[in-house]
Structures are given as C-alpha cells and as structure tokens.
Design a protein around this ligand. Structure first.
Ligand code: FMN
Length: 189
C-alpha cells in the first residue's frame, strides 16, 4: 500500500494549518487504499538551510537534515497543506522542501491551500518548486477560503463541498503515487 504524508506547511503559533491538516488526515483515514501520516515540519526544527553542499548532491552533514531526509524518504506521495503568505507559500515549507532532494524525486504530490483566494497563488508557486524536485503534482486541489471556511479567520469550519474536492485529490494522488513507484524502480536499477 502506498504511504502518503500530510505535511503541515506552517509553523507559526496559532496557525490555522494544523486544523486544516487534521481535517485532511481525518478524511484520509476513512480510506483503505493508502496509509497516511501527519508530518509537521515544526517538529523537525529545521533552521534556514545550513547545508554546505547543494541538497541534490545528497551530502547531508547535519543531524536535522538526516532526520528530515529519513522522514521524507518514508513516503510515496505528499499532501502539502499550505498557507498563503505574500502570494507565495510559507518560508518554512519552502525551506523544508529545499533541504533535501532525492527523497522527493519521482513521487507524487497534491495541495490543500488556504487564504483569501483559497491559497491559489501559493499552490501555483509550489507547483513550480515541485517540478524542479521531480514531484508529479496532481490537478485536483482543495482551495479553502479564509472568509467562508474559517469563523473569524481562525476557527476552521470547512464548507461541505470541500470533502468532494479532497476525495478527488486523494484519488488522483494515490493513483499517481502507485504509478511513480515503477518510475523510481527504473532510476534505482
Ligand atoms: C506573513 C503573512 C502574509 C500573508 N499574506 C497573505 C496573502 O498574500 N494572501 C492571503 O490570501 N493571505 C495572506 N495571509 C493570511 C494567511 O493566509 C492566514 O493568516 C492563514 O491563516 C495563514 O496560515 P497559518 O495560520 O497556518 O499560518 C498572510 C498571513 C501572514 C502571516
């Protein structure tokens, strides 16, 4: 069975990201066609990238990098739960993506964004970053509005239709995560 990480993409105290990721995790947990794990980048205490060698060289010298690389390596696919900060993703998520390289390659990803326009601009930016990391990104995405899916911009109360969007996202992501296993096998052989 494929293993999918639900990555919490914000780290600030009082973040909305945790409730959104918990919602994804709860709905995903009702499925039996994949295994899911919540991965909170805040738990990894990654400083701003401090590796001397480019991550694509795979020379991870720091304990925090090795720990993060080992966690990323466990999965076939990822749901990135991203806020929108200044029309992009969070610095914390971009930093976590930049930290390692091979561990992301030839896997699949989907996005759950939230913001005033559903985190759409952050997700578009993330799709470009994912392409460079050789992460295949599925079309379906969840776009949560700060105005209509959060009470007072802080209490997460998603409209019902988002469940259908999340189901489509997970359908596509699980299928592509399975398919990318054979692509990885080609590169590893
Ligand atoms: C530094 C910063 C910049 C933001 N910029 C945007 C923005 O460009 N577009 C937007 O829709 N929301 C923006 N917001 C609002 C966030 O989307 C909202 O606060 C969201 O809850 C942030 O995610 P978090 O609570 O998980 O940190 C910004 C918030 C912060 C803290």
């Amino acid at each position: 069975m494929v293993r999918i990480a639900i990555v919490v993409g914000s780290t600030r105290p009082g973040r909305n990201g945790e409730a959104v990721a918990q919602w994804v995790y709860r709905l995903a947990g009702q499925r039996s066609d994949a295994q899911f794990e919540l991965v909170d980048i805040a738990d990894f205490d990654l400083p701003l990238l401090d590796e001397p060698a480019p991550p694509s060289m795979g020379q991870y010298s720091k304990e925090h990098t090795q720990r993060w690389a080992a966690k990323v390596a466990e999965f076939d696919g990822y749901v990135f739960v991203t806020p929108e900060y200044n029309h992009g993703t969070s610095g914390a998520l971009k930093n976590a993506l930049d930290y390692v390289y091979a561990e992301w390659n030839n896997k699949a990803a989907g996005f759950v964004g939230y913001g005033s326009v559903g985190g759409a601009r952050a997700v578009e930016q993330l799709r470009l970053t994912a392409a460079e990391l050789q992460l295949a990104t599925v079309r379906a995405q969840v776009a949560l509005s700060l105005y209509t899916d959060f009470e007072n911009f802080s209490v997460f109360k998603p409209a019902g239709h988002h469940e259908m969007a999340l189901t489509t996202l997970l359908d596509q992501l699980i299928s592509w995560s399975q398919a990318m296993r054979s692509t990885r096998a080609v590169y590893q052989s």
